[in-house]
Design a protein around this ligand. Sequence first.
Ligand SMILES: [Mn+2]
Length: 430
Amino acid sequence: MTQRIDKSLIAEENAKLESYLKEDYQALGNQLARKNINIDDITAKAEEFQIAVPSWGTGTGGTRFARFPGEGEPRNIWEKIEDSAVINDLSHCTERVSPHFPWDKVDDFSELKQTSDSLNLKWDSINSNTFQDQPGQEHSYKYGSLANTSAAARDLAIQHNLDCIEWGKELGSKTLTVWVGDGSNHPGQQHFQSAFERYLESMKSIYAGLPSDWELHIEHKMFEPAFYSTIIQDWGSNILAAMELGPQAKSLVDLGHHAPNVNIEMIVSRLIQFKKLGGFHFNDSKYGDDDLDSGSLHPYQQFLIFNELVDAEYRGQEGFKPNYMLDQSHNVTDPIESLMNSAASVQRSYIAALLVNRPQLTEYQTNNDALMCSNTLKNAFNTDISPILAMARFRKGGAIDPIATYRKANYRGIVGKLRPSSGGNGSGIV
Ligand SMILES: [Mn+2]
């Protein structure tokens, strides 16, 4: 039987907070009205906002050293979408789940689609996995997949991506996201140009199998598992590949896949300008691809990224419709709590960016008034829009306080008894 959070519990918990929320919402509404912003217009945007959760993020992650499994963590895709439904029922901004194959492969995809429909969930981008060998795999990916020197290994990786498209069609997905770990650990190990040519050749075969209403998203990452060179190491190689493949190929920005202190918002602007921004994997990091909770360390950077995204929305940039997704690894928290917190954090950045006075900013920029440009952004960023997020959830039937309501429901305690550990549950860090 599928476990859910009881709607009456959500209503009961909301009843305790409703009057306070209304007071805070009114106060914020008055504050925004002085800036000629109608709070209900902004709340309507918050209600529309959606960010996908990664199926693999519902399990406990790990590091290269160890993994400490959590109580009642999901053991398969059926339980992962059960947890995803809990996240969405409380947050109401995460109606899409992004699967990873072959981790989430099932025998009957129509059954999986029926189950996800019954949980009010949809399917986001399909993620292929050619960064590890599957049991009994004939041609190893040890020396790469799409760029492997072995044509047989490349063909296997191409076929897996084509299979992913077929499975995605059954689920109603419209995007394939490709990240490969191909690269080298030693200078001289790999001929840079030949390897990139092999990668592009393989990607062309995948692109050819793409339905006309699908997009192919290419994810770059600076290093790991290859520690000297990686085939798509940055947005430069990424956009080159996307341009070479065609209009349905776009770049995907994972926040943790850059060198520390890189100006990611400017990369986002460039990709928007050349119609190559496919989507995001949101997370946060201190040192590298840490996969920490979104906004936990650099909320201002996240806001600045949304400042670019909202600017494109405001200008009505043609064909602008990036996919938003979380891609995190939860090692010490309950993944459901981290994903709810993180979805709200990204939603917060979006809403705060909507508050930027753009005509005013343009005027300051034109007059080279650097201080007031900065203050205009800070003014929006520093506005506590929590009541808007809570009201958006409340109006859609979610929880005013998702974490408190989730804890009150004792969901983890209940599924802990129903899901004895299977031992080998894999949660990748990608
Ligand atoms: Mn990622």
